[in-house]
Design a protein around this ligand. Structure first.
Ligand code: ATP
Length: 526
């Protein structure tokens, strides 16, 4: 698995993702999508929309406002309980999500080194660490702060450090059993911290309406349930899809775009008859799990995780997370929850407007159950980016290649002239670019030698390069053959095809039929 630093550095260098406000020192919790990043993310969203809305009879779309009536958040329960447990270091002041702090400590360098010392099986090895490496790595660990006192402590008669429990060991070296992953200092008692980002609407502070930037897009769908039902005349089961920004005051944003305070969600609320909800839940889990793999996520890098009953939100009947093996480990990509009829009932109660469905068959009004596949556009984009990253050895040189599915690739085709001083080559290449562009995002590049141009396109995942050379346009020695070379990113094989056949050939190639085209036209020897 590639490490995140490589992805961050490639993203910056090639224009996928930049640090927000970088020239002012950057904002850790926000990222900007550059020229190729915006293409990639738009492709993710476009495919999600196409597959979940356009290709289905039972789905429609919506684009609700980010700011909503403040009562929405009372009804949804977000104001009362949308919070994560928060803890802070009393020594260095860093903040952590209390439920993430133990893992962070275990992964920290100081804990790993201290664990090595503990593994030696004697307190004197621990004392050596405290007086040596500990000073640098965990300056606020109680034993390190008072290294002299600690080193004089009489451990005779005590069990050796590897014979006591981890929490007992932490108390011995740190005074408490919850320690700062960064400096080894003491952490405060966990308390809930609201994730809601407050804002006010209106120019005059005193009379402005206090509200919130939505922490999920879902509520915009629930409050429009009746509008959509009346306008679209859909029958159960049917769903409403929405893509849009959401905001959460995360305690510890991080891991690149994985956790940010501003992010984009792709959410579906799928309304169905009570009693059919479990079946629909399973169908959506299967469908969403397949979706990522359809666009290239390798099957060993994705898995499902069913929530334990004690993890479930109080209104949820079941939840399955789709997890991806990100560089920092298995983490949530999408959650698919059975939210029962909770949201519609809450909004009916708080707004006074009945959010119901009239069932023609039973002639009864019912409150539908809802299945919610809730995905992150940024997390999906990151997963596709990470998954596509490959390093290969080609003729004793390292080749970095992003093996994107052709539908996801930011650029589809690069047209490259072999000689930029030959006017006929350049003119033909530019004309080809203009033609291909009508259907696929195509770029023209003549700013380096052909080898380097290929490497550049590999590194941003362009599936096909089209090269125009002397044979294409002819010279004194031979007439034009009006053929171009197409190079496949993944196999690096080449075929030579007539310009007149280029479009139908490209159509096949975009559909993943390189082998068929190669057989038809023959692999070109290079
Ligand atoms: P986590 O446990 O990682 O905080 P969550 O369970 O709170 O996530 P949901 O409320 O289920 O997340 O949100 C649905 C999806 O929205 C997530 O699966 C993720 O893809 C995306 N998402 C949620 N929070 C963030 C965030 N802070 N940054 C980027 N994407 C996010």
């Amino acid at each position: 698995m590639v490490d995140m630093d490589k992805i961050v550095s490639l993203s910056k260098r090639r224009g996928f993702i930049f640090q927000s406000s970088e020239i002012y020192g950057g904002l850790g919790s926000a990222w900007d999508y550059g020229p190729l990043g915006v293409e990639l993310k738009n492709n993710v969203k476009r495919l999600w929309w196409r597959d979940n809305v356009h290709l289905r009879d039972d789905m429609v779309g919506l684009d609700a406002a980010i700011t909503m009536h403040p009562k929405v958040w009372e009804a949804s329960g977000h104001l009362a309980s949308f919070a994560d447990p928060f803890t802070g270091c009393l020594d260095c002041g860093r903040h952590y999500r209390a439920d993430h702090v133990e893992e962070a400590r275990k992964n920290s360098k100081w804990w790993q080194k201290l664990t090595e010392a503990r593994g030696k099986g004697t307190w004197s090895a621990v004392i050596n660490w405290v007086k040596g490496d500990g000073k640098k790595l965990a300056p606020n660990l109680a034993s390190v702060k008072q290294a002299e006192v600690f080193s004089k402590r009489d451990f005779s008669g005590h069990p050796e450090p590897h014979q006591i429990s981890e929490s007992e060991f932490m108390k011995q070296v740190g005074g408490v059993d919850s320690l700062c992953p960064s400096c080894g200092g003491k952490l405060s008692e966990p308390r809930p911290a609201s994730l809601m980002l407050e804002t006010s609407l209106g120019p005059v502070q005193e009379t402005a309406t206090k509200t919130y930037l939505r922490p999920e897009t879902a509520q915009g769908i629930f409050v429009n349930f009746d509008n959509v039902l009346q306008a679209s005349r859909k029958k159960l089961p049917f769903g409403i899809a929405q893509i849009g920004k959401a905001f959460r005051n995360e305690i510890t944003p991080g891991n690149f775009t994985f956790r940010t305070r501003e992010f984009e969600q792709m959410e579906i609320e799928y309304f169905c008859m009570p009693g059919t909800d479990e079946e629909w839940h399973q169908k959506w889990v299967d469908e969403r799990f397949q979706w990522y793999q359809r666009y290239g996520i390798q099957k060993d890098n994705i898995r499902q995780r069913r929530h334990e009953p004690d993890e479930l939100a109080h209104y949820a009947k079941g939840c399955v997370d789709i997890e991806y093996l990100f560089p920092m480990g298995w983490s949530e990509l999408e959650g698919i929850a059975n939210r029962t009829d909770y949201d519609l009932r809450q909004h009916s109660q708080f707004s006074g407007k009945a959010l119901e469905y009239f069932d023609e068959e039973s002639k009864q009004k019912i409150v539908p159950y809802v299945i919610e596949p809730s995905a992150g556009a940024d997390r999906s984009t990151l997963a596709f980016l990470v998954d596509s990253y490959h390093e290969e050895e080609v003729r004793e040189e390292k080749r970095v290649v992003l093996k994107f599915h052709s539908e996801l690739a930011p650029l589809k085709i690069a047209v490259l002239p072999l000689l930029k001083k030959n006017d006929r080559i350049v003119e033909t290449a530019k004309q080809l670019t203009a033609n291909l562009r009508q259907r696929w995002y195509t770029v023209y590049d003549d700013t380096a030698s052909i080898g380097r141009l290929y490497r550049r396109q590999d590194e941003v995942g362009t599936p096909f390069c089209v090269t125009v050379d002397v044979q294409t346009v002819g010279d004194d020695k031979a007439p034009a053959d009006e053929k171009v070379t197409i190079r496949d990113r993944d196999t690096m094989e080449q075929v030579r095809v007539s310009i007149s056949a280029l479009e139908p050939v490209m159509e096949k190639l975009m559909a993943g039929k390189w082998a068929e085209v190669a057989q038809e036209h023959g692999i070109k020897r290079t």
